[in-house]
Design a protein around this ligand. Structure first.
Ligand SMILES: NC(=O)C1=CN([C@@H]2O[C@H](COP(=O)(O)OP(=O)(O)OC[C@H]3O[C@@H](n4cnc5c(N)ncnc54)[C@H](OP(=O)(O)O)[C@@H]3O)[C@@H](O)[C@H]2O)C=CC1
Ligand SMILES: O=C1OC[C@@H](O)[C@H](O)[C@H]1O
Length: 359
């Protein structure tokens, strides 16, 4: 049986293009049992939407015979052919746009962070329940094949022995000082700051590699944090969150817009082995290596090679869950999203970073 999901893409920008790439690659796979049709691109301007369709190569031949259209936001929300909306706009627009999508009877996959804080996220979740529509935050990292394998090694096979410490870092020098303060990466009004933008991935590793449970069932933990706020734009470009679980496991979860991180963005230390993860982008964990203390044992290496950016894994998981009538992801349930948002709320509170929308 083939499952087909009809998508609306909201925001004709950077990440929407990368997401769409994966849907199109998937559609030309003759073996694929899940198909993703792009119905419409919602954009602030028709010409921008048309450019998006052209520059990302959306054609009837790779879109299940359907010609994608572009619509301005109001028409897009009302388009009855769209099953699910992918929201690919800056953080501060997510709350209002997700609300519009749910109110108009659409399922939603919204880019990370779901909102600026846990309170707003909770409101969206309550609305998804009332409208009986699927809602998930797009933390695509959690859906990669490597993550499932690694979690099996850590928690089921105990390949690393007892795990004690995690170092997870997402750092990318985007030469902050040279950028205009009006950009998403610097503008406090657009929710700028390393913690919400990239620190969320380090926190995600702190959750998926140190705890085998999710959300409301998670192992109790405490966090402490240090955020350095920039004197000009007032947001954090360097962020460190320390996490300590009740069972003693510790994580050092860092992010920076000032420096480039190490090749191995994750180092997880156990009594019998060390796990390292690498790829061109810490958000997409394509490869890992487990090296044993006992040098007579060969390392375990996994490398993913294909044409996907990696968004296809979350998209296919969602297609299956929606097909089964679910409104909440089993991989990233609402309570887990709220827990991560809560960690970031606390870090911001501890360091005095309040967004204008929260005042
Ligand atoms: N999963 C991942 O790896 C990544 C996720 N992201 C997330 O995706 C989201 C979007 O990021 P990105 O694609 O880089 O953003 P862009 O700056 O490329 O903006 C995306 C779109 O949002 C709309 N938009 C942008 N700025 C404004 C503004 N000031 N006012 C109104 N609308 C605006 C525009 O849509 P329109 O077409 O309507 O004009 C724009 O095309 C963020 O929340 C980010 O955290 C980003 C990068 C990677
Ligand atoms: O999610 C993200 O991952 C990659 C980064 O470059 C980007 O700023 C961020 O939004």
């Amino acid at each position: 049986m083939t499952i087909t999901l009809n998508w609306g893409i909201l925001g004709a920008g950077n990440i929407s293009g990368q997401f769409v790439h994966d849907l199109l690659v998937n559609n030309v796979d003759p073996e694929g049992s899940i198909k993703h049709t792009i119905i419409s691109v919602g954009s602030s301007s028709a010409s921008k939407g048309e450019d998006f369709i052209k520059s990302n190569g959306i054609k009837t031949s790779n879109n299940n015979g359907v010609e994608a259209i572009t619509e301005e936001y109001d028409d897009f929300y009302k388009n009855g052919k769209i099953d699910i909306v992918y929201v690919g706009t800056p953080h501060t627009f997510h709350k209002e746009q997700v609300t519009q999508c749910l109110e108009n009877g659409k399922h939603v996959l919204v880019e990370k962070p779901i909102t600026l804080n846990a309170k707003d996220a909770r409101e969206l979740i309550e609305l998804a329940k009332v409208k009986n529509k699927f809602l998930m935050e797009g933390v695509w990292t959690r859906f990669f094949p490597s993550v499932e394998l690694i979690r099996e090694h850590i928690f089921e096979k105990k390949t690393l022995g007892e795990v004690y410490k995690l170092f997870a870092d997402f750092s990318m020098n985007f030469e902050v000082e040279k950028l205009p303060t009006s950009l998403r990466g610097r503008d406090i009004k657009l929710g700028a700051g390393a913690t919400l933008d990239i620190g969320i991935y380090s926190v995600t590793y702190g959750r998926i590699l140190l705890d085998d449970k999710l959300g409301e069932n998670s192992t109790p933990f405490d966090t402490k944090s240090f955020l350095s706020l920039d004197p000009t734009d007032k947001v954090d470009h360097d962020s460190t969150i320390l996490i300590k679980y009740e069972n003693g496991k510790q994580g050092i979860l860092t992010s920076s817009n000032h420096t480039n991180g190490p090749d191995s963005f994750v180092r997880l230390e156990g009594t019998e082995a060390v796990l390292e993860m690498w790829s061109d982008n810490p958000a997409r964990p394509k490869n890992f290596k487990i090296t044993f203390t006992d040098k007579s044992k060969s390392p375990i290496v996994f490398e993913e090679k294909n044409d996907y950016n990696g968004f296809i894994y979350e998209a296919n998981s969602i297609a299956k869950e929606i097909n089964e009538g679910k409104i909440e992801s089993s991989v990233l349930p609402w309570s887990e999203t709220l827990l991560v948002m809560g960690i970031m709320d606390k870090a911001r509170l501890e360091n005095g970073l309040i967004y204008p929308q929260e005042k």
